[in-house]
Design a protein around this ligand. Sequence first.
Ligand code: DGJ
Length: 736
Amino acid sequence: MSITFDSATQTFHLRAPNSSYIMQLVKSRYLAHAYWGKALRGTSPGALLSLRRRCSFSPSTDPSDLSLSLDTLPQELPAYGASDFRVPAYQVRLESGSRVSELTYASHRIYPGKPSLEGLPATYVEHDEEADTLEIVLSDPAAGLQAVLSYTVYRELDVITRSVQYVNIGERPLRLTRALSMGIDFPHAGFDALYLSGTWARERHIVRKPLAAGATVIESRRGASSHSLNPFLALLSKDADEEHGETYGFSLVYSGGFQAQAEVDPYGTTRVVMGIQSFDFEWLLQRGERFQAPEAVLVYSSEGIGAMSRTYHRLYRTRLCRGVHRDRTRPVLVNNWEATYFDFTADKIVSIAEAGKELGMELLVLDDGWFGKRDNDKSSLGDWFVDKRKLPQGLEDLVERVRGFGLQFGLWFEPEMVSPDSELYRRHPDWCLHVPDRRRTTARHQLILDYSRSDVREYIIGVLSQVLSSCPITYVKWDMNRNMTEIGSASLPPERQSETAHRYMLGLYEVMERLTASFPHILFESCSGGGGRFDPGMLYYMPQVWTSDDTDAVERLKIQYGTSIVYPISTMGAHVSAVPNHQVHRVTSLEMRGHAAMSGNFGYELDLTAFNEEEKRLVKAQIELYKELRPLIQFGQFYRLLSPFEGNETAWLFVSDDSSEALVAYFQVLAEPNPPNRKLKLRGLLPERDYVLEELGGLEGPPLLYGGDELMYAGFHLPRWKGDFRSQLYRLRVQQ
Ligand code: DGJ
């Protein structure tokens, strides 16, 4: 059992392979955080927590012991109103008008395995031996509130998952006005915060900044996890880099509005809280009702940011993503969006498929514009029936023709939306999120269907199921192109209106659960104007995501590098598109576009019929090479070597689990006059073995032999290039 409770010292010790997470009951009442870091064998009584009397401005709950103050006690689920002035993890409003609460220890239990979270995505186990779970019940009888804190430790990963279930155990109704998933108080400050920020076409750029007194807040108020800030925060020791230093990661398994906050107090402690966005949240709990907060996934690494990322990658790839596609290599696809936008015919799509067959593509994806009367983005969302003007013989015929070339067929939907100009909206104007007597603000000319309503959910499941069963479709791109405004539901009473956004998410999760369960053979890829909902919640239902609408190879270096901080390579869709690039108008080489896109789930998003002979030869070679390398790329260990945020060069490395094979991708954005000689040092290889290093593609030099130690500690020489936008792949294989 990796979790123990020592009744003598009143400590809970959660043991992951290289880390310990320790809590202590103080005065048998308060659940205090004692330690999280490198593994400890045990703890001497009193060594971890040190309580100290502060001034009268830090009140004490016990007049006979002024060292005990909730204002300074490190806590696991801090409350508001009963003498802790720091940021709380939950808040209540009682019928009496009181907002005060204090949860104290009631009981606990420890058991092998990990339960699922009702209605919510979460990491899981396949066998109970993979993890152990601790449930601690805290209660506040005066408020009629109970909180069940769940902690799961994976036995082979430095991961602790946390979640909270809030229960009304009283006689009267109560309102949760904040219901976060976790709190943790580090006894020290001096951290850097690292998080992922951006916007449409510029997602998940890395931000690193020192924490100082006061709060650092990472949040989304958009009703979706968003392009702007990802539901992720890491605290780093000052010396932390890719390979060294302490790193504490917090990642929320949720796709709606969220908040994460790191607050440094005057005594140099740091409190982190994370959960559902609370500023427009309220949840009514009637007697006996429960509210389940989403899961937060905490990862510790004493070996830098790279090791933290690889832990997230392994956990999310194997124990968050589900379904038959989880462990399968992903098909090389061609998507018609940037080739045709809304302007296509069945013959045009078939000609792209035909060209795709010759090049080695495996899947054709028909994007937006195949339904209703959708010639632009102004109409038809919700009308999920085939547009016979564009596809006169119907979808079935098109699918058959595409499959005739040996390609699978995939289809685009945006099932959460409705266009005001649609038959669906004209029939059901109440089916969108809206507030009476207010404008229904549109974005991309569309409104959001109210997934908190069961009639809306049933309708959508029905129409999508019809299309998906009508012909052999093996891939779905699930898009979502706007954020929430005027958040209200015609089906909820006034006292539950502030529950709409979260009820929407629960509804969305239900729809995705049912559809993915009914069509298990379909590979679902989520998308939100590119990466506007690239979060762990979506990965539970759909094992890959369209990383960004920005397909420019230079921009993609930052986007994919930043995304890899948390998310596995097998989750990132990456396509070669035409030049000048449609987002930034940059012209990069086909080699570089290929190498950037081959560093994810590879595909093309351009008119294949427009290639000249030389381009065809190159693309064919890229696809052939990718097929050979994709198990390593999609499922190998990922190492970031040179950061696009720090200079002109980027490099990353994929290493097989047994380190016998590796692939380096190296990119140089701009040419440098008379550059210095540069070497690149690798990681994750076997120092005692020799590797054959082969330059792939463009350069194709003769293979060279290097020691694994040499490659890691001395490095190998990088090319000196003339010209902008250059890149090179290197393949390494252990010499037999
Ligand atoms: C936004 C997506 O990110 C694009 O890839 C494309 O599917 C468009 N929507 C279609 O409207």
